[in-house]
Design a protein around this ligand. Structure first.
Ligand code: 7RM
Length: 637
């Protein structure tokens, strides 16, 4: 497969960018022509940002799995599509060629059909990072079933909320997951969740850890037994469902500034075109390259840049089940060495953490196969950038700093590896088709360079969020109402002398902890579930490795045992309600919170104290009881 739309020089970038702005429809029609369609589109783009209503390639029909699988069979059927590295380096790795992956996806799609799944149904996937997770995702897409993948670190309550919100009818899970030296009992978490989920009719369970699980008669069935049934049927070739361009492909839940996560909806054609286009251009993938993205498929990075982007490009994508520090902090580098990885895409938090383990884990690892490095999920600090560049890239690999969001579906701002210049801690320039701008508080556009403001986008790109599942108005108010006529990202950014963007972080009540998005309100709700908690307020503070840490101020009125056990109880409550990723790093017990006379918590003050800024707290004259501020300052952790 060659990529006629792969940009090869700065000049080509500039002309592609200009073409994409002066004639967006012509530009994207030219890219879309390189995919397999069952029916060509009638209209490239119809849109307004006030409803919002954005439609790409209407009238067009296709199936994303034909683009990810079938169309590669003739030319690269025997090439590895997925290389899988298990958690335990002692266990054998697996390779699935395009032919094998195609076969397995069709087979499992038939399993889904045998279990009553049909086009438009929603299916929840809660699985470890094994090839069967990618197979499950693609099998859903094959038959037009809408997948909702839930990251394996979320709790039973979080799963139940997501299943209920989407009205899922089927769950695909595994007995358990291996993560480092831990076994996570996925099936038992699902069992707890399903107590609250009457819409679920079937649970398909993959064997992974072989921990004992309870199987409920009539509801639960083993993946392997279902495959055997399909084999007895003689493996019917599972034809791809013909999908309209704007049919839903998947829902992925993400945190916002309110307590309830939103189901971000992406649709078939636009998402596919942009995931592929951005993959091919940002990473400059060349046929035969081994590409390794360390994210989990449970996040958008895994959807777009482990599964759909790479596979639609006929790439070899490496899927890793484990964690960066198991069995030791050299694991990523062992994998790069073992499979001769050419492109590595990871998160700043992982780089900072591995940096802390020292160079012993890097030396003696052959990293000479690496050509391109990437980062995603949070701002990368200069120190981590330089370490990644020198110690991993040996000074010869460009680093792409890719800025994007669950809602954007794909990378919007990034340099193109080796093609456009990078700059430490800067995502740099927008991809063709992406029109960013900065606005001030009032929504006035800030023109020129050397300015900072809130980052918005003024024109649709093909993989823009279409709706928030079940609540379109929430999509409008969250993203399109703050600045009418613009998509608002929730991020702040600077634009330097050369027009490069530097994303500085969220400007709303969303935290970014180790590259994971967590709403402060969500954590507060979870803390407040503890019977002894009267009220709480959660803010972020700078954390050396995680980027941001979670700082909770809690008014506690329960059984006054010792503070340590109160903290432990609260932490466990959060892990139970949301998942271990949302555990507060610090819990300060307080007798009151700084509130205005109208009862609003002044988070600005709490944020400053958590950051260690005890002097200039700004205007505190509107506080109901200024004395609580002194108490809180005195008890700072
Ligand atoms: C892909 C992903 C989105 C939020 C986003 C930003 C932050 C992501 C960068 C970044 C600075 C980057 N989706 N963010 N990439 N900040 N530089 N290169 O992470 O929906 O989970 O998070 O992540 O704040 O709004 S996400």
């Amino acid at each position: 497969m060659s990529y006629p739309y792969q940009i090869k020089s700065s000049e080509e970038y500039r002309s592609a960018y200009e073409a994409s702005v002066s004639d967006p429809e012509g530009f994207w029609a030219g890219i879309a022509a390189h995919f397999s369609w069952r029916r060509k589109w009638d209209k490239v783009l119809e849109w307004n940002f006030s409803d919002p209503d954005v439609k790409w390639f209407t009238g067009g029909q296709l199936n994303i799995t034909e683009n990810c699988l079938d169309r590669h069979l003739a030319e690269r059927g025997d090439q590895p599509a997925i290389i899988w590295e298990p958690n335990d380096p002692g266990e054998d790795y697996r390779i699935l060629t395009y032919k094998e992956l195609h076969f397995k996806v069709c087979q499992f799609a038939q399993v889904l059909k045998n279990n009553g799944a049909k086009k438009g149904d929603r299916v929840c996937i809660y699985m470890p990072m094994v090839p069967e997770l990618a197979i499950a995702v693609l099998a859903c897409a094959r038959i037009g079933v809408i997948h909702s993948v839930v990251f394996g670190g979320f709790s039973a309550q979080s799963i139940a909320d997501r299943i209920q919100d989407a009205g899922c009818t089927l769950v695909i899970t595994a007995d358990g997951a291996f993560r480092g030296n831990k076994d996570i009992p996925l099936k038992s978490v699902i069992d707890d969740a399903l107590v609250q989920c009457p819409t679920i009719r079937r649970v398909i369970v993959l064997t992974r850890t072989r921990v004992p699980v309870s199987m409920i008669k009539g509801r639960d069935t083993w993946w392997e037994d279902e495959i055997r049934k399909v084999e007895t049927q003689g493996n019917p070739a599972c034809p791809a469902e013909v999908m309209d361009a704007e049919d839903m492909l998947f829902i992925l839940y993400t945190s916002g500034s309110t307590g309830k996560p939103k189901g971000v909806v992406h649709t078939c054609a636009g998402y596919m075109v942009f995931a592929n286009y951005s993959f091919v251009n940002v990473f400059q993938y060349q046929p035969g390259d081994v590409y390794f993205c360390t994210a989990d498929i449970g996040w958008i990075t895994g959807h777009s840049y482990i599964v759909y982007g790479p596979l639609s490009a006929g790439a070899t994508t490496l899927l890793f089940e484990g964690i960066p520090t198991f069995p030791d902090a050299g694991r990523f580098w062992d994998i790069v060495d073992k499979f001769k990885v050419n492109i590595l895409y990871t998160a700043p938090t992982a780089i900072r953490s591995l940096m802390g383990f020292g160079l012993d884990f890097v030396k003696n690892k052959d990293l000479s196969s690496l050509k391109v490095l990437g980062t995603v999920g949070e701002p990368i600090n200069e120190e981590a950038w330089h370490w990644y560049h020198e110690q991993i890239g040996k000074g010869r690999c460009p680093i792409v700093d890719t800025w994007w969001q669950t809602e954007t579906g794909g990378i919007l701002i990034s340099n193109l590896a080796g093609v456009t210049p990078g700059k430490p801690a800067h995502a740099t320039l927008p991809l063709p088709g992406v029109q960013p701008l900065l606005v001030d508080e009032k929504g006035e556009e800030l023109h020129g360079n050397n300015v900072s403001g809130n980052l918005c986008i003024k024109f649709p790109w093909p993989s823009i969020i279409r709706t928030t599942y079940g609540d379109h108005d929430r999509c409008r108010t969250t993203y399109f109402a703050t600045y009418p006529g613009l998509y608002f990202t929730g991020d702040g950014a600077l634009r330097d002398e050369q027009g490069n963007y530097r994303i500085t972080g969220r400007v709303d009540d969303v935290l970014n902890v180790s590259g994971h998005r967590i709403g402060t309100a969500e954590v507060e709700n979870a803390i407040n579930m503890h019977t002894g908690v009267v009220e709480s307020a959660v803010v972020g503070y700078p954390h050396d490795i995680k980027g941001q840490g979670i700082y909770a101020y809690v008014i506690f009125n329960g059984n006054k045992t010792d503070e340590a056990s109160i903290r432990k109880d609260i932490t466990q409550t959060v892990a139970r309600i949301i998942g271990p990723i949302a555990k507060p790093d610090k819990i300060q017990l307080v007798s009151g919170l700084p509130k205005t006379r109208s009862g609003k918590i002044m988070r600005r003050i709490l944020r400053k104290i958590a950051e260690g800024e005890l002097q200039n707290l700004g205007d505190t004259s509107t506080l109901l009881d200024p004395a609580v501020v002194e108490e809180i300052k005195g008890g700072k952790l």
